[in-house]
Design a protein around this ligand. Structure first.
Ligand code: PRX
Length: 637
């Protein structure tokens, strides 16, 4: 299959066509896939409810397109490569034929556990090939997968299991992360003590750690799969049937389950994968994300496999056993397209160029960046040292909700500008709006980034709460999908993402809601109230600064800080740990009781000289106390 655009002129032509006649354009793309029943209509939509449907009336199974379809032409070619955490452990490879057989076997195992179409299955797993197999096996039988990043706590896992009302949890004894091992099964057991819907837990032996198995509920992965046939009917799915739920943080409340459906997601992830990365048959493509995030779903599993690509999955971290690990893996597998996050690049920059120069990186053709704005310094380091000045960098902007990349260059075809995500992909109609909804037409002016026409892989709803979907994404600017990001556009139409304009912070490419972290901190019995903001952090992009009211704090401040960090790790996971905890006598509130976060952000950024208008504050004196207390964070900022 090739949906690939091969020149910039062709991109311009295709883009124009995709705006003039979106249905005609997407119909042309969708025809490349196998439909068990053809669709009657390309797109039916309105953004008020919202109600968005793509490839209406069509039926398909995404695994038939990602696996079976490739068997005649590339059945013996490598589909999945696996690089373990420890370079001394053997790596693994699976051909398309093997991956299909394994998917069918596990799909049959799920069926034997009573899992059927529409049932929800939670995955809480290490980055091993079995996780990819399990995701595909769910899709094969029409079960809805929901992967939870295995860094989340038992409480966070329980919340997601409960919200999804999952029937089965797939997990492992534990995972490797650099020099550390994390036992996963005890975390699952703790989560399941809090929820009642789960009937079975399937446990993969990965670390060979001792595991407590609960009778009649838990079963070993290999026992479940043993003797299962390697054929399994691909269940016909309506285009708009659920494919997966993925939980993500917003500015209010608990994380919400973003729902993606089968037909549109399939078409869009394959199309964007081939174009952004300019993947050619035989190439080896590596995305370093975890399957717990949308990047792993769309650009480790679905996009590449739908395109018949060879996709590499990595269990480890960039800095273990040493800072050359990424580049050694690129050399070993002769990686052609490499896709990672700016935070990983920044964490490697501190070790200098020696580990990069020690490896043969001549196979690399395209470098990708995702998850947060890439600062110019990191961009140049990536381009000059990793890409040896000859590989284009694609800065891909997108979100869990968008399902696939919306703004990005096409590797090697489009103009590049450091720190700019670039032009919209075909089918994407971005606009920048002032807060009153007025469209910004001048260049280099910041506005709220919105999308005015649907694209196939966009969010359909937030699981179990459609009203929330409308409020969060479709009510700020009626008739538009609102991204939550602020952006600027250059005179030649390239977008530069400034960052979130809502109360979401991006820590090492992980998206966290400030309200969620505050709720976690407030779970400590001695805390009266807290407010969390982000501050610029050299490696993580944003760090977490927590202002906490805790009247009992005396001289034992350090002990209290440890306790608060523990409570956040317990409620959410270590990824949400505050970098700074500042105990304060009060928070800057307006007379109506609203916290003025703008002031706290300025304090956290160290810009206390210009706090703006503070006249609406109920008690301006708290600001002075907060500024004084923040003084100690000034060094090392
Ligand atoms: O703020 C944007 C930032 O990450 C947010 C989406 O986070 P998440 O749903 O976790 O998905 C991350 C991976 C797709 C966006 O609202 N973001 C993502 N990519 C970029 C980015 N910011 C700037 N440049 C990017 N390339």
């Amino acid at each position: 299959m090739s949906l690939r655009i091969t020149s910039f002129e062709q991109y311009q032509e295709v883009y124009r066509q995709s705006v003039d006649d979106p249905d005609g354009f997407w119909d042309g793309v969708a025809r490349e896939f196998v439909w068990q029943r053809p669709y009657d209509e390309v797109c039916r939509w309105e953004f008020d409810t919202p109600d968005v449907k793509w490839f209406v009336g069509g039926q398909l199974n995404i695994t038939e397109n990602a696996l079976d379809r490739h068997i005649p032409t590339r059945g013996e070619e490598r589909a999945l490569l696996w690089e373990p955490n420890d370079p001394k452990v053997p790596s693994r490879t699976m051909t398309y034929r093997e991956l299909l057989a394994e998917t069918c076997r596990f799909a049959n195992a799920l069926k034997a556990l009573g899992v059927g179409k529409g049932d929800r299955v939670i995955l809480y797993m290490p980055m091993v090939p079995e996780m990819t197999v399990a995701v595909l096996a769910c899709a094969r039988i029409g079960a809805v997968h929901s992967v939870v990043f295995a860094g989340f706590s038992a409480k966070a896992l329980a919340d997601r299991i409960e919200d999804a009302q999952a029937k089965v949890v797939l997990t492992a004894d534990g995972l490797n992360r650099g020099a550390k091992q994390v036992l996963l099964k005890p975390i699952v057991d703790e989560a399941l003590a809090q929820v009642g819907c789960v009937q079975h837990v399937v446990v993969l032996r990965h670390l060979q750690a001792e595991v407590n198995m609960v009778m009649n509920r838990d079963c070993w992965w290999d026992h479940c799969v043993d003797g299962m046939p390697d054929h399994c009917h691909a269940v016909p799915m309506d285009s708009e049937d659920l494919l997966f739920i993925l939980y993500t943080s917003g500015s209010t409340g608990k994380p919400k389950g973003v729902v993606h459906t089968c037909g549109g997601y399939m078409v869009y992830t394959a199309y964007t994968f081939q174009n952004v990365f300019q993947y050619e048959p035989g190439d080896v493509y590596w995305c370093t994300a975890d399957l717990g995030w949308i990047t792993g779903h769309s650009y480790i599993v679905y996009g590449p496999l739908l395109s018949g690509a060879t996709t590499l999955m990595f269990e480890g971290i960039p800095t273990w056993p040493d800072a050359g690990r990424f580049w050694q893996v690129c050399q070993k597998w002769k990686v052609n397209q490499f896709y990672t996050a700016p935070t990983a690049i920044r964490s490697l920059m501190v070790s200098g160029t020696e580990p990069v120069l020690a490896c043969d990186l001549t196979s690399l053709k395209v470098l990708g960046s995702v998850g947060e704005p890439i600062n110019e310094e990191a961009w140049h380091w990536y381009h000059t040292h990793v890409g040896q000045g000859r590989c284009p960098v694609v800065d891909t902007w997108w979100q869990t909700e968008t399902g696939g990349i919306l703004l990005s260059g096409l590797g090697g075809l489009s103009p590049m500008k450091p720190a700019h995500a670039g032009l919209p992909l075909p089918g994407i109609q971005p606009v920048l709006l002032e807060s009153n909804g007025q469209e910004i037409v001048e260049s280099n002016t910041e506005g709220a980034l919105c999308i005015k026409h649907p694209w196939p892989s966009m969010i359909r709803t937030t699981y179990g709460d459609h009203k929330r979907c409308r409020e969060v994404y479709f009510s700020a600017f009626p008739g538009m999908y609102f991204t939550g990001d602020g952006a600027k556009r250059t005179a030649d139409g390239m977008f530069r993402i400034i960052g979130r304009v809502d109360d979401v912070i991006n820590v090492s490419g992980h998206r966290l809601g400030t309200a969620e972290i505050e709720d976690a901190i407030n779970a400590h019995p001695a805390v009266v109230e807290s407010a969390v903001v982000g501050f610029p952090h050299e490696v993580k992009g944003s760090g977490i600064h927590a202002f906490v009211i805790c009247p009992d704090v005396g001289r034992d401040e350090a002990d209290w800080q440890v306790e608060i960090v523990e409570v956040v790790s317990r409620e959410i996971g270590k990824i949400a740990k505050p970098d700074r905890i500042q105990f304060v006598p009060g928070l800057p509130k307006t007379r109506s009781g609203k916290i003025m976060r703008r002031i706290l952000r300025k304090v956290a950024e160290g810009q206390t000289g210009d706090l703006g208008d503070v006249s609406t504050l109920l008690d301006p004196s708290v600001v002075d106390a907060i500024i004084d207390g923040a003084d100690r964070f000034k060094t090392g900022r």
